[in-house]
Design a protein around this ligand. Sequence first.
Ligand SMILES: [Zn+2]
Length: 326
Amino acid sequence: MSLKSRSLSAPFNALIDQIRMRANLGRSEATGFYAVNCPICKKADRKTGGFKFEDEAIIYNCFKGSCDASTVYELGKPISRKFRRLMESIGVDIPIELKMIKTSLQKQMESLDDNLYKKHSYQDIQLDEHFDLLVETSHPNRFFYEEYFKSRHIPYDDIIIFTTGQFRGLAAIPMMFYDKLIGVQVVTLEGKYIKLFYNNTDVLYIPESRIQDPVIVVEGALDAKCFPNTVATLGSHITPKQAYFLRGKHVIMLPDKKGNKFIEQFYKYGWSISLPEWSNDCKDLNDAVCRYGAISVAEMIRDSEVKDRLRGSIMYRDWIRGYKHE
Ligand SMILES: [Zn+2]
């Protein structure tokens, strides 16, 4: 008897005792079978069914030809549907220790799931620096930043501008998770980005503070901000902690032409990837929105959605090749 089977011997014996009691078993026949009226086909005039108990197995047979009740439960193996049905039909509660045993497929699915999704949450952060809303500030950089966001078709009503601290005079995109502030991305006057997440990790930027189907996943914050139902990983790939917030959604990954890991990730999640046929001058979603407008871009994204891994990777090679790197 294996170590695992030994630890299960008490619940296994308890299961046998319950069956003896519930099925009202008398003496066994010479074959070792205890005859019963089969609870599945319910042939009442004859005891066509029988239980047999072995060291590490419970056998049930019904000799009525048309009955499919026959089943074997082996200690240490997952409970089969048939055995569960049989136990229910005679009113036996299978001990939880035996019910917990998982099939290798179930185990595989769970470990896969673990690699893809990790439970996550964010803390509400407090900014020490003072700031104004860009659209209300009297700071002289207001005009510069308003032009910056306007020219990129990015809504800026929530953008702040720091009035104290090391980022004084610089604009920042606040990142909200429902009602929590979970980070900011500073936009310098040179157009560089500085991410400040404080104690938060794996920040997923959700500009609209809610996730609706189909949700588009991009890398950059400005790309997400300029287009509806779009969230940003703020890095070259999605992390299991970010993916946690997208469970059960219709997700379309939209890579940058600068290249990121989305092409290696979309199929693992059962998501799609979109490789829209926009000009090679468009390196990302924001470029495309500026060039074609959001409505045309929405059509392009929808028309270029691919779910198949192989087709996706073949298309991707051509798609990424055309981009002229600066
Ligand atoms: Zn039967």
